[in-house]
Structures are given as C-alpha cells and as structure tokens.
Design a protein around this ligand. Sequence first.
Ligand code: NAD
Length: 349
Amino acid sequence: MIVDHVRLRALANRNVTAGGSSPAEAAIVAEHLVESNLRGHDSHGVGMLVAYVRDLEGGTLKVNQTPEIVSDTGTISVWDARAGYGQVVARQAVEWAIEAAQKHGVAVNGLRNAHHIGRVGAYGEIAAGAGMVALHFVNVASGPPPVAPFRGREGRFLTNPVCIAIPGTDNNASILLDFATSRVALGKVRVAHNAGKPMLDGALLDHKGQPTTDPSVMHSEPRGVVLPFGEHKGSGLALVCELLAGAIVGSASVTTPTPPERGIINGMLSIVIDPGRLSMRDSMMSEIDAMISWVKSAKPADQDLPVLVAGEPERMARAARIADGIEIDDTTWAQLSAIAERYQIRVDT
Ligand code: NAD
C-alpha cells in the first residue's frame, strides 16, 4: 500500500484523537509519526499506533498530560512526563533547553517517564535548527529487555538510542547522528517480521544463541535476542545510555521491578549547547563545511554507494517519499485498518 503523506497524517491524527487527545496533542503525535515514515524510519512511524492503542487501553499511556517540573535551576531542569505522549513532552523539554542555552550557553534537561518519545532525531533537528549542538541519551523501560550485552545471549538492555546534532551552515544541512545502540531498532525487526523479510546478518541470535536472520525469533517463545551494534562499543554505549537516562535522570530503568504491562517508557538526558559560546561562528561554520566536504571526497568503495554524512539518508528518503508516497506493509496496514474499524475512524487513503 502506497499512501500519500498528507493523507497518512490525517489518518494518524484521527487515530490519536479517537484515543482522547486534544487537537494540539494529536497534531504533534501524527506529525512526528509521519515524519519518521518520511525519513525512512518506518520503525517509528504510523505502525507505532498499534502499540499506542494497546498502551492507552492498558492505561500505561496517558493523554493530555502536563509534565511535572521536578526541579529547575535555569540551566538544569528535571521533568516528569507522567506517562504522557513522549512526542509532545520531549519536544517541550528540548524547546525549554534551547531557550535556556540561548540565555546561559548550555542547558541540561532530564526527562523522566515519558511514554515512547519516538525518533530521537526529531529533537536533535529542532535544536540544530535553532543553531544549537544537542546530545540526547535515551533509555527504554518496557517489559523483558530484548538486547543482549556483548558476549551475552540473554537480553539486558532495550534499544537505548543516542542522538548528536550539529547545526547546519549556509551550504550544508545539519549533521544528525541518531541511532539505536542495538544493531537494529526493535521496530525494524517488527517491520521485517510484518513484511516477511529477513533481517541483515549479525543482528539477531535465536534462543539457543545461534546467529539468525529470521525476525520471527523476536515474535515467538522462547525468544531470541537483538545484538548491540559494534560489539563491545555499542554494548558500552547502551550501558551508559541506560545509566544517564535512567539512574542519573531518575527515570524508570530496565532493572525497576514492573508490572507485566507498563507500555513503552523513555527517559532522556538532553544537553543543549550554544556553540557560539565556544568559538567564532564564521570559523566554526567554514570548518563544518570543510569537514563535510573532506569526508564526502573519499572515493566510494562501491561506485553505486556514495559516501554520505549522518542525516543525509533521512533527507534523501524524505524527498523521495514526499514525491512517491510512503509504502506501508500489508500487516501494518491491516493492523491500522482493524483499529480504524474498532474506533470507527475514517480511512480515506
Ligand atoms: P539506523 O541504523 O538507520 O542509523 C541511522 C543513523 O545513521 C542516522 O544518523 C543516519 O543519518 C545514519 N546513516 C545511515 N546510513 C548512513 C550512511 N550510509 N552514511 C552515513 N550515515 C548514515 O537507525 P536505527 O538504529 O535503526 O534507529 C532508527 C530510529 O529509531 C532512530 O531515529 C532512533 O532515535 C529511533 N529509536 C527510538 C527509540 C525509543 O525508544 N524512542 C529506541 C530505539 C531507536
């Protein structure tokens, strides 16, 4: 099924609204989900609505929440999202951090207990768009952990993403490094499973610890595991994401004893820096341009695969998907249609 992004946004908006969200909340969540699809991250696109409906019905996602401001010194704040839509509160937290960094040069926000904040790059993009450098470390608390530590074959982490954003220049868009510390985001295993496609090599072990490309090992018992990216390096980054966004921010952690159903809870530590406090804007911008040109000037190992910088694949995917529409696999479409029927939501793609 190929769907135009405007229609998909309208459908997502009706879906979130049917869950009881205000028009403003529904618009932000729908925008975030469809922008994830547009950037090629279907794992964090409209397919997530299936989990959101499950969590709304289970009471682990709460609509129209105002975050509790736990503390605020002007440069460091801690917010508790009270299980509200992460897309809304994480955006507000980053907007707070940008404003504080504009005043003080740097700002730190600890966000606790947000329901799924989605594509972390969305927040890096907002900060970089305001001329800021941003670092985001995220943990996830949601049922049994599916990601094994290096050398392990039992899950000890969730997919704990990290995002680092560097502002763009007059000649180049911002650098946006944004990825899960697992070899692949869990949603990509779901997308492959739904589409009946194999996963890439080196991403999964079955329950016996044997390498496999079959995504169904994460969707049937006994479960397999997803591996961390980059062996001990990704495993180490997953650990510090967990500690920075969980233990240090004070958000729910993978070790917190939980009821079987707690939805998808994210903690996030955001550090936003005004780079103009570190060096002169003109020399910084020309050095960023020089560095991007330098990296991209490397001869490609494969002529058909040009050297790119972080953020570029998403911009290319967005341009293509705006023009050609967004492909939604049959299983995801059937799940969304089932929700639409149950909640009497119009589907006019
Ligand atoms: P990924 O493996 O596709 O990596 C994406 C990053 O790598 C981007 O910065 C991209 O620009 C860069 N990249 C990709 N190909 C490149 C190339 N050829 N050259 C240079 N750079 C390249 O991403 P992922 O790990 O699957 O994560 C997908 C999304 O899932 C992210 O947006 C992440 O924030 C999100 N996520 C969220 C949660 C959560 O709990 N909220 C958990 C995990 C992941």
